[in-house]
Design a protein around this ligand. Structure first.
Ligand code: SF4
Ligand code: SF4
Ligand code: SF4
Length: 329
């Protein structure tokens, strides 16, 4: 068996993405059991999976600002804050590895892009359109960022302890279980757009990805191109999920790079595209993915062993809130 054929960056990425997506589905199922056990008259022994807080990025953003201002870790959704910091740390060290390997929406977008390619529907927008559309996600980030920055610690603390925030995860679950007609149209439109234009949501609309783009700017890991070895075939640019002109750069420092290393894998010219730390140290193209997972798991282990992972709100109290807010679910 040829191990190098199995351990290609795209295969390793697919394995990591699938594992995290399966874990998210398990989390969704476990959380559903926890919430419904609170809504039933007989109750139940289901426990709340703290990882569900990964789906509350606004709450985590506010908790992050409060942590920077006061040094206090959020006790309501602590796992959400841990995951938020892990995503930023990954961006600092391994580009947008959170997008490339961990976020389940990234896998959905990758799958839709593959469907579009298979059906012959895939179209890349002209560069100027691509740049113009990319502004939207930064505008959304600016809106949320401005709102968070304007809030002082007192109002952030009040929000974090509000009933709205306490049951935000359960409300989100209820929303996805019973989507409105408008929501279905929006999801359907975004899905169709992502089949035609690869990674439409991630490239142009996701404010979380935009935030990670900013932090990834300082990442020491980047793809570098040896101009002398390049045969100008353009394959690297064609496979890039971020629509980056890899074939025209010497070092890919783009905020759109998700560290997937598909460009390195697809390059037919020996030693032309390489993964490097800084300008000199060549590393395996598998490093960004492995490092992304290591940072997330490392922070999870730290948080779960130091009381920074599970909510301090007792499960029974949460269930009473669910009963009041979602009783008719
Ligand atoms: S851009 Fe947003 S939705 Fe897409 S992979 Fe990144 S965090 Fe997930
Ligand atoms: S530049 Fe390479 S590593 Fe970065 S997103 Fe594009 S294909 Fe992936
Ligand atoms: S795939 Fe490699 S050889 Fe082809 S344009 Fe890109 S860097 Fe050059």
């Amino acid at each position: 068996m040829n191990l190098s054929k199995i351990t290609t960056p795209s295969r390793i990425r697919a394995i990591i993405q699938t594992v995290f997506a399966a874990y998210c589905m398990y989390i969704g199922w476990a959380f559903y059991r926890f919430v419904t056990s609170g809504l039933s008259s007989t109750g139940g022994a289901a426990t709340r999976p703290s990882s569900v807080e990964a789906f509350l990025p606004i709450s985590a953003f506010l908790a992050f600002k409060r942590y920077l201002a006061t040094g206090q870790w959020d006790s309501i959704h602590p796992a959400g804050l841990t995951i938020f910091i892990a995503a930023i740390a990954i961006a600092f060290f391994a580009r947008k590895g959170f997008c490339g390997y961990i976020c389940p929406v990234g896998l959905i977008e990758r799958t839709l892009a593959a469907v579009g390619k298979k059906l012959g529907l895939r179209r890349e927008p002209p560069r100027w359109t691509h740049r113009g559309l990319s502004v939207f996600k930064y505008a959304l980030l600016a809106f949320f960022g401005f709102t968070v920055l304007r809030m002082n610690v007192v109002s952030i603390t009040a929000f974090l302890r509000s009933e709205y925030n306490l049951v935000a995860d359960a409300k989100m679950m209820a929303f996805f279980l019973n989507p409105s007609g408008t929501a279905l149209v929006v999801f359907g439109t975004l899905g169709a757009l992502s089949i035609i234009v690869p990674y439409f949501w991630c490239r142009y609309l996701c404010p979380y990805g935009a935030l990670l783009s900013i932090f990834s700017f300082w990442s020491p890991i980047a793809v570098t191109r040896d101009e002398k070895a390049c045969i100008n075939c353009g394959k690297c640019a064609r496979v890039c999920p971020g629509h980056i002109e890899v074939d025209k750069k010497l070092r890919v420092n783009s905020p759109e790079c998700i560290g997937c290393m598909q460009c390195v894998e697809s390059c037919p010219a020996p030693n032309c595209l390489t993964t490097k730390v800084g300008k000199k140290w060549k590393i395996s193209p598998l490093v960004p993915g492995i490092l992304s997972v290591a940072i997330l798991l490392g922070l999870y282990l730290w948080a779960s062993n130091t009381g920074h992972w599970d909510s301090q709100i007792p499960g029974e109290m949460l269930k009473r809130y669910y009963m009041r807010v979602l009783g008719g679910m």
